[in-house]
Design a protein around this ligand. Sequence first.
Ligand SMILES: *Cc1c(COP(=O)(O)O)cnc(C)c1O
Length: 357
Amino acid sequence: MTRSYNFYAGPATLPLEVLEEAQANFCDYQNSGMSIMESSHRGKEYDAIHAEAIANYKELMNIPEGYSVLLLQGGASTQFAVIPMNLLGDGQTADYINTGAWAGKAIKEAKLFGNVNVVADTSNCVPATIPAINSIDYTDGAEYLHITSNETISGAQWKEFPKCDAPLIADMSSDILSREINVADFGMIYAGAQKNLGPSGCALVIIRDDLAEKVVRTNPTIFQYKTHVSKNSLYNTPASFTIYMMCLVTRWIKKTGKTNLFEQNVRKAKKIYDLIDSSDFYTGCADKAYRSDMNVTFTMPTKELEAMFLEESVKNNMWGLKGHRDVGGLRASIYNAFPEEGVDKLVELMKNFEQKS
Ligand SMILES: *Cc1c(COP(=O)(O)O)cnc(C)c1O
């Protein structure tokens, strides 16, 4: 088997050893005579996985006391709505920072529930950028401040997080567990699983108790954080197979060593940015101070050249390098599990292509 280099933005590449482990246990999980997919979510096999995944997130992210780790269906997009549904009452105000496409989607949902004050907006900036944290004028008494820690489409990433009185809520879908962060600085962190954590089908939610307990209106039971906190994300059937895969990915991160992984992430991105910076042929799409270590976005002198490059990349078994349809250009998504050797191959292809053109 030849593994493809998967540069897609998500679902994204998974560690080969995780896939192989799942394969080895696919039909018969630990001599139970059935797949983990077929096992009861109340049974001891699944229960151990569920508990281990949560414990591993707590360990890997140093999650302090006073926070719950939830594994919820509906992806990050469901959280765009469930956050204001639970935390933003009628007539109350939440601050949002609009850094691009994903932040914009979160803002759209919040407006259905309360007042949204967009306290900084870089969504139309070229190159893509992030607001300077000391320039932001927060709303007094806002219920929370929402940010998108990494804009997956434009390739701009917060490097330092804003500090304000309101609880900070971050959509970390595309950079969770890719770098060291201090969970205590946040009221809530959430992420769709399919970029850095596993396959699609689940969102990881880390929420502080005071926020999880907040009731601003009567919501359906399934859309209340307190339901999932009190039932340890087993109120209804969880995405058990996805969570099994997520658990295997946490084991892989522990084995690799998160420090090694985080250093490798910086190194991988730097290899591509160094080439972009040393060339007149490639242009980075994000402000240097805020460029993403997860999604490297760039353009070439013409669209024709970009199309030719994409054709060549596919011939070299590199997939998913086309930029998002809204912004064009090229994008290399290089999440945790993306092998460094694939980045080296891309850099080599880019160098050769520039010389030939
Ligand atoms: C991919 C992505 C989402 C959407 O996640 P879903 O799980 O598909 O809903 C939200 N926010 C960011 C930053 C993303 O990269």
